[in-house]
Design a protein around this ligand. Structure first.
Ligand code: COA
Length: 316
């Protein structure tokens, strides 16, 4: 059983908010935001949109592109830290019904900005074991609903959006299909570093400096480890697709590893940090632009609240 990504999709809400628009009502500036994060704009969900409605649109795009019917899907995983309902039901269950995936099991994966890489490894394991033949993995977030829009230290960082990939093991796959076992980690001693709400407030809390330091340490470690476990060198990687949290984190990682920055895909300037959705949105853009060629080694890198991190390694 060789799992591979069969197709991708994304959905971005219409409303685009620039740094200048935020600066008009907050004590911040385009210059500060761009120089500290690399962000220029972000998209925000409309009042009638939800995490599951964004997820649905991204999943529909992925299914259509693969020419698959909803009834063929065995499992739906939604990586999200901003679900429609805190607790339950899962966004995945709502998507399952609305998409018409009558045969699919459904659950959310809660690992914040690492959620998508955790969900991809879950999908890979189901496919390899034969427990599923077709899995929809979706990352979807509406962080705009959990942000304090008067807190300049956090609200400037995030945006809303959704991305999806369809993973399968269909016959007729090219022989170069190759999906390696992922590396996933968690350090719960940092649980209070980044929380979706606080005891005394309904809004997200973040110790930005601590998250930053965690990311620039853990990412090179995981990249080095998965490459050595698989007998690959940095030069073998065509693309590293990192979680888009901060351009400075990506630049520091590139420098630390000695890899040219142009092998890291970056779109944070446009979308800001869409948490669990950032990697599948990036993959869909890359796919659309024809940047992903059959046989290319691709590494997905997630990190964030938990604290958690993980990497998925595969050939496109
Ligand atoms: N505009 C203007 N000034 C701002 C500001 C804003 N939007 N946000 C913070 N500041 C100010 C602070 O008040 C502080 O002022 P002071 O020195 O007078 O107290 C100063 O800028 C420096 O703040 P600090 O928080 O130390 O900045 P930083 O260099 O650590 O950058 C982040 C802040 C958030 C950009 C950075 O820590 C970061 O990117 N961390 C990772 C966050 C992240 O990726 N989270 C999601 C993980 S998945």
């Amino acid at each position: 059983m060789v799992p591979r990504i069969l197709s991708t999709g994304r959905y971005i809400p219409e409303r685009c908010v620039s740094n200048d628009e935020l600066s008009a009502r907050l004590d911040t500036s385009d210059e500060w935001i761009f120089s500290h994060t690399g962000i220029k704009t972000r998209y925000l969900a409309a009042d009638n949109e939800t995490t599951s409605s964004l997820a649905l649109r991204a999943a529909q795009a992925a299914l259509e592109r693969a020419g698959k019917a909803p009834g063929e899907v065995d499992l739906i995983l939604v990586a999200t830290g901003s679900p429609d309902y805190p607790g339950f039901p899962s966004c995945a269950s709502i998507v399952q019904e609305q998409l018409g995936c009558s045969q699919a099991a459904a659950m959310d994966v809660v690992a914040a900005c690492s959620g998508f890489v955790y969900a991809v490894e879950t999908a890979r394991s189901f496919l390899v074991s034969g427990a599923a033949r077709l899995v929809l993995v979706i990352g979807s977030e509406v962080f705009s609903r959990i942000l304090d829009w008067s807190d300049r230290a956090t609200c400037i960082l995030f945006g809303d959006g959704a991305g999806a990939v369809l993973l399968g093991t269909d016959e007729g796959l090219p022989p170069n299909g190759d999906f390696r076992r992922s590396l996933l980690m968690s350090d719960g001693s940092g649980a209070e570093t980044l929380t979706s709400r606080q005891a005394h407030s309904p809004y997200l809390f973040m110790n930005g400096r601590r998250v930053y330091n965690f990311a620039i340490k853990i990412v090179p470690e995981l990249v080095g480890k998965i490459l050595s476990e698989n007998g690959l060198a940095l030069d073998d990687l065509r693309w590293i697709v990192p979680h888009q949290a901060n351009a400075r984190i990506i630049e520091s990682t590139a420098k630390g590893l000695g890899i040219p920055l142009n092998r890291f895909y970056m779109n944070i300037a446009r979308y800001a940090n869409t948490s669990g959705a950032s990697i599948p949105i990036a993959l869909d853009e890359m796919n659309e632009k024809g940047l992903l060629k059959r046989g290319d080694w691709v590494l997905l890198v997630g990190f964030g609240a938990g604290l958690t991190a993980g990497v998925n390694l595969f050939r496109w």
